[in-house]
Design a protein around this ligand. Structure first.
Ligand code: SF4
Length: 900
């Protein structure tokens, strides 16, 4: 087989190789194919043991046509500016904008229409140039007529301002060649799936040309059916790994139409083939939008932030990625964000001023960074009010970066360096939009740059990896030792697509434009399939019988070449499991907690009960969840405001009250509550919410609080006499050496002298959450059992559920009918489940045990009730519960069976 591969490769490349060795010019269908031929040429010379050789003359079609035109244009003194794609699109945008129709009023639709118009113009030039004459389009109707009018304006603009569209270049070149009798070197064409009529005319006008001979057709052709896309990809990856294992010098080509949509899945399937930490054995021939590449994205966010707010997640990312001069500055910036979150000062959007205006005693912004970023902003502000040419804006940006010290964090990797270089090119392209002397504002220039970065695809320079992953069309010109074509199902191959919306149907059909007729799609797919079969001695096709939404059938086209699909061979259909990247390790070691204070108060023991690891992570590692900012108040901020209002109401004289009698005597309870709500909102409303939310929202929030608290006081007014002994009570508790700082919402003295411990809740809670052996909440049992003074007698512990439409006490009370509400029915939960001495003893035992476990360092990942407990916890990424998921799911199913 090895000999055959060599023979096949030698046969397929020898003609091109000989042509290049003789100094001939090879023209390829694409830039990628040109690169592949140049690489193959160099490899062949190295294999011959040479140390130096002439550069091969390979040009892709566009470069070839452009160079030929430029040479003749210079000779003829043609001074027209050849537009770049961004410049041409800008012209179309301007023309579409003059239309004043609804579709072109907004920036986004206008750009989309302009890009469609540019595409339609390109199609006419390449497939039906006779329609470039205005008279030939006179019968076009509706959208096509509108496009025709735009095209007339475009032609006129180009003529009067001395511009030339790249789409017109081949037509211009043909007439230049026709009038130039000089001899031209013969051409060898490689990697063309089809030669368009226009290309054929140009080549004929050039002189002598020929297509490279097709290579030998593949000797081994297979077609597999896989049960689903996952097994199909896994089989392909397994096949590739075996090929590389048997011959590390193999060159494999994976052809897929999903290279951009399923890039992540493909990477995950092929990554295990590469050595850990080494360069991947594969590379995609198609890049990703430049805006998604980290350094380019950071550069863009920084430019936006100098004049406009960033979303909170964008700022998080920017601060941690590369806005600082050194790791210390980065750490300080991240610490600032962390502190803002811990203080509840998060915002959905951050302007530079809002970020710099935070005065946090515990987290200082690095002074040098502040100075640099402000200097960059000053430079921009000095220029921003003006309309400037795109060139001037493009020249200002490096100055801004220099002032801001971007990028400096660390030496850039080669790929990062290339991406910034590409970013610079995109910037220069946007700068070139001043070709007509137009002037734009800073936001207009930035949005043009955003668009350019979205449209620019970036792929790092090829490392000549052994596995190339490409789309069917992009694979033109690539040769390999073996090919695997994924996704060869009836719907996907041949591909189909919509007709062009701006060109008449009959024009598209007559000119054979892409997707104008099913036969055209079939012919193109057939040409590509034939070319692939001649690009390697061994070709595999595969398809998945089941996709996400439907059953699929094999591609009829592939069946013609490869016969009906066969099930995946056994050695590919059941890939042995990849060695796990993590190995389970039961860690039974325990590190005792040194006696002393634990952060978090009663939540330490609540967490210990919910999941020992949660207590360990939050109290000892200071791990915290990261809640995104919300545009209004978060549930937790609302809860804090409610607590603050109730604290204010029951704070006693001069403004508050303390007893049920005083509550009774409030003649206008609503006005009384409104007074407290107003004070709380004035003093305690988070600044970010006050600055960002409209006045009306804050008014509604105020009304909601007044209504809710008034209704709650109405509920409390029906109670038997009581006195509020304390609110927001702080107590220190020492439990076997563990010091906890407890804070309780309220303690009431009841009519029999006993104490009622109260916890306000705006969420849905139930006293069953205190039940041993693993209570979901230990705050009240802890307080009731350990924090009352010796002389204080416990009368009960309750949640005060302050929820709209659900106002009630829920808990355990010694005698609720005698101390809380007279006439409570026996069916009421407070009566049915009274507080008992046995209950108190159970809680004490349970709390002692939890304390002991925490002090001993018990920190197993052991959620109390999987998955419910984990759904209310933010530590999944730390405890990696997902990796234990199966075990806990089994346990939870067992538990349900027992309960039933
Ligand atoms: S997510 Fe679940 S298992 Fe992980 S720490 Fe939280 S409660 Fe424990």
């Amino acid at each position: 087989m090895g000999d055959f591969i060599e023979a096949h490769a030698a046969k397929s490349s020898s003609q091109i190789d000989q042509w290049l060795l003789g100094g001939g010019l090879v023209v390829t269908a694409s830039e990628r194919a040109a690169r592949a031929l140049v690489s193959a040429f160099h490899r062949a010379r190295q294999a011959e043991g040479l140390s130096a050789w002439p550069v091969p003359n390979v040009q892709d079609w566009k470069s070839f046509a452009r160079a030929a035109w430029e040479e003749r244009a210079a000779e003829q003194g043609d001074s027209r500016l050849l537009l770049n794609p961004a410049q041409e699109e800008a012209l179309w945008v301007e023309i579409a904008g003059q239309d004043r129709s609804l579709a072109t009023l907004l920036d986004g639709p206008r750009h989309r229409l302009a890009s469609l118009a540019m595409e339609a113009h390109g199609l006419i030039c390449s497939h039906a140039p006779r329609f470039l004459a205005k008279t030939a389009r006179s019968a076009w109707q509706q959208d096509a007529a509108a496009f025709s009018a735009w095209l007339t304006t475009f032609d006129e603009t180009c003529r009067t301002t001395n511009l030339l569209s790249p789409s017109r270049l081949p037509l211009e070149l043909i007439s230049m060649l026709d009038s130039d009798p000089s001899q031209r070197p013969p051409l060898l064409l490689a990697g063309f799936d089809r030669i368009l009529p226009l290309q054929r005319t140009l080549l004929d006008a050039w002189g002598s040309w020929q297509e490279a001979d097709p290579s030998l057709p593949a000797a081994a052709v297979h077609f597999y059916s896989a049960p689903d896309a996952q097994s199909e990809l896994a089989a392909c990856a397994l096949w590739a790994s075996r090929r590389l294992a048997s011959n590390p010098r193999s060159r494999l080509l994976i052809v897929t139409q999903e290279a951009s949509t399923c890039r992540g899945e493909i990477e995950r399937a092929f990554l295990p083939l590469s050595a850990p930490g080494g360069a991947p054995h594969f590379e995609f021939s198609l890049g990703i939008p430049l805006i998604q590449v980290a350094p380019a994205h950071a550069a863009q966010l920084l430019l936006h932030w100098l004049s406009a707010p960033l979303q909170e997640n964008e700022l998080d990312w920017l601060l941690s990625t590369g806005l600082a001069a050194n790791p210390e500055e980065t750490a300080a910036l991240q610490a600032t964000m962390r502190t803002l979150r811990q203080r509840g000062l998060e915002r959905t959007q951050w302007t530079l001023d809002a970020f710099l205006g935070q005065h946090l005693s515990s987290a200082q912004l690095p002074a040098a960074w502040v100075q640099r970023i402000l200097q960059a902003r000053r430079l921009l502000q000095a220029a921003a009010p003006r309309h400037q040419t795109p060139t001037e804006w493009a020249e200002l940006i490096p100055v801004l970066f220099d002032a801001a010290g971007f990028p400096r964090t660390r030496p850039l990797s080669s790929a990062e360096f290339q991406s910034l270089h590409r970013w610079q090119q995109a910037l220069e392209t946007c700068g070139s939009l001043g070709f007509e002397g137009r002037r734009v504002t800073w936001p207009e220039f930035l949005s043009q740059l955003d668009r350019a970065l979205n449209e620019t695809l970036f792929a790092p320079e090829s490392r000549d990896a052994p596995i190339q992953i490409a789309g069917p069309a992009e694979s033109a010109g690539l040769a390999a030792d073996a090919i695997w074509f994924l996704g060869a199902n009836e719907d996907a191959w041949p591909t189909s697509g919509p007709l062009h919306p701006l060109l008449p149907l009959d024009v598209q059909r007559d000119a054979g434009m892409p997707h104008a007729a099913p036969q055209l799609d079939w012919d193109l797919a057939q040409a590509i399939t034939t070319r692939l079969l001649a690009s390697a001695p061994e070709v595999h096709f595969s398809f998945a019988r089941q996709t996400a939404d439907a059953e699929t059938r094999p591609s009829r086209l592939v069946v013609q070449f490869a016969g009906p699909p066969q099930p995946l061979p056994a050695e590919l259909s059941a890939p042995s499991a990849a060695p796990p990247q993590t190995v389970p390790f039961e860690d039974f070691s325990r590190i005792p907690f040194p006696a002393g204070k634990a952060a978090g108060g009663s939540s330490v023991l609540t967490s210990q009960s919910q999941c020992p690891f949660k207590a360990f992570a939050t109290s000892r590692l200071a791990a915290r969840g990261w809640n995104p900012a919300e545009s209004g108040l978060t549930p937790s901020q609302r809860g804090q405001l409610l607590h603050a209002v109730l604290h204010s109401v029951w704070s006693g004289p001069p403004d508050g009250i303390r007893t049920s009698d005083e509550l009774e005597n409030q003649s206008d309870r609503k006005a009384f509550v409104a007074h407290h709500v107003e004070a709380v909102l004035r003093d305690e409303m988070p600044r970010a919410a006050r600055e960002q939310m409209p006045r009306r929202y804050l008014e509604l929030e105020e009304q909601r609080l007044v209504r809710l608290v008034s209704e709650w006081l109405d509920y409390e007014a029906a109670r038997l006499p009581f006195t509020v002994a304390a609110t927001e009570v702080d107590r220190n508790l020492d439990l076997a050496g563990l010091t906890l700082n407890l804070r309780l919402d309220r303690i009431d003295s009841l009519n029999d002298g006993s104490m009622l411990v109260i916890d306000y809740k705006s969420g849905n809670v139930a006293p069953s959450s205190w039940d041993p052996p693993r209570p979901d909440d230990v705050q009240l049992p802890l307080y009731a059992g350990f924090a009352l003074d010796d002389e204080e007698l416990l009368g009960g512990l309750v949640f005060a559920k302050v929820r709209p439409g659900e106002l009630s006490f829920a808990g355990r009370v010694g005698d609720a009918a005698a101390t809380l509400f007279s006439g409570l029915p026996k069916t009421n939960a407070l009566m049915k489940y009274p507080l008992t001495a046995e209950m108190l003893l159970d809680w004490r035992d349970c709390i002692h045990q939890l304390t002991e476990d925490f002090l001993n360092g018990k920190a197993e990942v052991d959620p109390r009730e999987y998955p419910k407990t984990c759904e209310r916890c933010d530590l999944q990424s730390l405890c990696r519960i997902q990796e234990h998921q199966v075990q806990f799911e089994d346990e939870s199913e067992d538990g349900e069976a027992v309960d039933e």
